[in-house]
Design a protein around this ligand. Sequence first.
Ligand code: KIV
Length: 293
Amino acid sequence: MSTTFQLDTATSRANPTPAPMKRLTVPAIKERKAGGTTEQPLVMLTAYTARQAQLLDEHCDLLLVGDSLGQVIYGLPSSLQVTLEMMCAHGAAVVRGSYQSVVVVDMPFGTYETSPAHAFASASRIMAETGCAAVKLEGGAQMAETIAFLVARGIPVMAHVGLTPQAVNVLGGYNARGRSQQEHEKIVADGLAVEAAGAFAVVIEGVVEPIAIALTKSLEIPTIGIGASAQCDGQVLVTEDMLGMFERVPRFVKRYGNLAETIAAAAGTYAGEVRARSFPGADQTYQPRKPKT
Ligand code: KIV
């Protein structure tokens, strides 16, 4: 799949058409951390659609097609109901809409846990159907064998430790992890295990800060924090959260926009104009051509 094509503006709403450019690679992302430090922190945001990817691409190093799309796009109660078909469809859209970021697609719950071979079947389908560069899966030491299996067969893996949302029913909620010494040690061991297994980067989600700092210091691969620490080698947020699309967001989210208000205000103005019959106006209305004389 081409990653440097130009969109045909006659058939697409893309505007402006992005210029072809070379896409970042997984090794380039990994190499951004050298000698234990990342001079330029890695920027990652979630993307679920082609247009969103077009808008985010030039600002990001990585775009994550997260299984958070279950809640954000589909209104599902958690990510557990997300399917491989959903991830493939949205992953392909994000690859089509991006030109420079490394696109990582989440492996949905139930598609990788039973065996490394099962994980390979699911991950290879995601890679083939989307054109993405890597997959992400949740879990630490217990997924190490699977991560090694995938990497050895050509599938770059981003790991995800700490608060792992697919395990919400085991964890009992989405609260920050690692408050007990035992859990602290378990999460650090998970980080070390996924690095040893060959993951090229690891998302650290929802942990008390000392865990994120300890892992960032001890791992050679980049750590990407969400609700973790500014000391991580990079950060990720759910784009709709940081754009202010939802009334309630977790404490670790900072709002960089207020899109919900903008959309509601625009819809309200449109509705008022439709009801007042002032939309469409003359500018938006076609008239018959004047006959040539
Ligand atoms: O699904 C997702 O969006 C994620 C991020 C929150 C890291 O996994």
